[in-house]
Design a protein around this ligand. Structure first.
Ligand SMILES: [Zn+2]
Length: 260
């Protein structure tokens, strides 16, 4: 059975500094990303550009805007294959809005992955600046890919933004996983993406679907941090999932929430 695959959670790069692979090889350039995606049958890959430049309160916007610029350049370079994700920052609301507009004008409806712990956001989504930004991009029909802050902070985010589609990344280990489930059950607008830590635990994906429904589970890898083929295999070859569940997770849900 062949499935269309959309990788909701990636971090494309244009140079070594933006390549978060632990063990990058010299062949990993812009074209490498496109070729590995094609090789494994991924039709579209989504997400923000990240990098190794350490952020400080003084330079964080300079760094994030350079990642946004790279994302827009890569969007042009990759054509329709890349759904670029936009960085925003609560201390830089007006500048962030300009980027939201730029991304939205191109039909890109993704904010994030936002990574509060590394981006000098005091590891919270619950700030006046962030709330203003969330309201701004929600009105445009854009959605948030969120690296999880502590579980109570994520709950508060969902509670105060019930009209925003929020996709929490990384199922994680049991405690974090349980909180993802409780949150997704309580909040219609909360989804879980499968990238990063979690699904190597046997029956995790099955459990997630049984608890929150396959329509709220989104396929992601965290490429190039994580290995594309492992995640594709973990879903496409999971004998505990039905073909219809695989279709929803591997592409249909991402298409629906990103309006692809
Ligand atoms: Zn990520």
């Amino acid at each position: 059975m062949e499935f269309e695959i959309i990788d909701f959670h990636t971090h494309p790069f244009s140079n070594l500094n933006e390549n978060l692979c632990r063990f990058p090889s010299s062949e990993m350039d812009k074209d490498f990303t496109l070729s590995i995606m094609k090789r494994y049958g991924v039709s579209k890959f989504c997400g923000s550009v990240l990098g190794h430049t350490p952020t400080t309160p003084d330079n964080v916007w300079e760094v994030l805007s350079s990642y946004n610029d790279t994302a827009l350049k890569l969007y042009n370079y990759y054509g329709g294959s890349y759904v670029a994700g936009c960085h925003v920052h609560p201390n830089h609301v007006e500048e962030s809005k300009k980027y939201i507009d730029k991304f939205h004008e191109k039909g890109l409806n993704l904010v994030g992955e936002i990574v509060p712990w590394s981006n000098k956001m005091q590891n919270t989504y619950n700030s006046d600046g962030m709330f203003e930004l969330i309201e701004y991009f929600t009105k445009k029909g854009m959605i948030l890919s969120a690296h999880p802050t502590p579980p109570d902070d994520m709950d508060a985010l969902c509670e105060s933004h019930k009209n925003t589609i929020i996709v929490g990344a990384h199922p994680g280990e049991k405690e974090q996983f349980t909180r993802h489930i409780e949150r997704a059950k309580k909040y219609e607008n909360y989804y879980v993406d499968l990238s990063g830590t979690g699904i190597f635990r046997y029956r995790t994906t099955r459990k997630l679907i049984d608890e929150i429904g396959a329509h709220k589970v989104v396929f992601g890898t965290d490429y190039p941090i994580c290995d594309l083929q492992m995640y594709i295999g973990a879903i496409a070859h999971d004998e505990l999932l039905t073909d219809n569940e695989k279709r929803l997770i591997l592409s249909e849900n991402a298409k629906r929430i990103l309006k692809l």
